[in-house]
Ligand binder design. Sequence first.
Ligand code: UT7
Length: 363
Amino acid sequence: MPYAEITGWGKCVPPAVLRNEDLATFIDTSDEWITTRTGIKERRVLHCNLSDMARVASLHALAAADLDPMEIDLILLGSLTSDSQCPNTASIVADQLGARNAAAIDINSACTGFLYGLHLGTNLIKTGAHQKILVIGGEFITHYMNWSQREVAVLFGDACGAVVIEASESETGMIASRIGCESDAKYAIQITNVGSGYSRLTDDFLYNAWNFEGQEVFKRAVKAMAQASADVLDQAGMSLEDVKLVVPHQANKRILDALAKRIGISEDKVFVNVHKYGNTSAGTIPVALAEALEEDRIKPGDHILMASFGAGLTYGAGLIKWSNRVSPLITCDAELPPCEKTGLEIIASHVDRYKKHSLESVS
Ligand code: UT7
């Protein structure tokens, strides 16, 4: 049975920055609160669509693998913030790339979308059903944000990443993985007022309200990611000493520290970029992976541990054995269309819309 080697990787982060200080201009919060509770200093705000970010990240990943889009036979796109319900975003990306031989599937498992996709894609390659797969994870979460809810508005940002996996005889890629879901707690993270579960006849329809039980999610995230990590190490017959780097979901620096403590690995072995981007949901792991490679944190043959947790409440972990190549075969200069606006300017009308709606709901 073949392995699924990661042969390409890429990221796309939007240029517009939204700093903690910017948020404090319109919600009751502070840089001090956000920094001490989450470690986040700033996040990015997208000025186009999720599919645009996915296209750019994918072009970088395809170049790194030196593959033509026509060679890809499946696109798995993890996201909860699709361009549209129909067509699915994976189809839009396939068309933009010219990946005419690819099947296209969206995976909505929220923050774990990329890890779920890598788990599924790897196993599809192992069975021989597919040979070359593009796995994408990304989020346009600012589009779904309720900017009057300070408990969530400060946490999230937009970004996307992608990898190419290819059938290979050498033992590389995701060598062990486990995914799961604590569905009994599904409403601990909930975005309301969009979808057929909500009546179109109320004034609230399409005004997203988030239900977010932060402390409950925090505790469950640490526990589930630690257990899934132990499970994949067991599966592979390895121990933490074999792991060179942990590339976890980036939701909160305090969660990363608690995870490191619980699994018993030193903090310097945990890759962190949550301070720059906030929680980009399905985008966090592929973006962190691309940055770990850019920063030479991954060496040929290293074992990398990934762990994720998100709405659903979905969770998972994967153990990657990196191949012999840690640099792209070809570099690529694809980028998003230019953006003249600041992060605050992009969200301004959205912020006003929510302010007005909450005033109308009170009166
Ligand atoms: O990607 C999916 C996975 N997501 C996560 O894993 C997130 C997990 N949860 C967390 O990261 C943390 O629970 C949060 C960062 C969301 C919250 O941190 P916390 O330490 O659990 O704070 P808290 O919810 O207990 O709130 C403490 C106080 C409250 O005020 P009182 O009741 O003590 O007076 C909140 O109203 O902080 C208040 N607060 C804020 N204050 C300033 C909540 N949000 C804010 C804010 N700015 N943005």
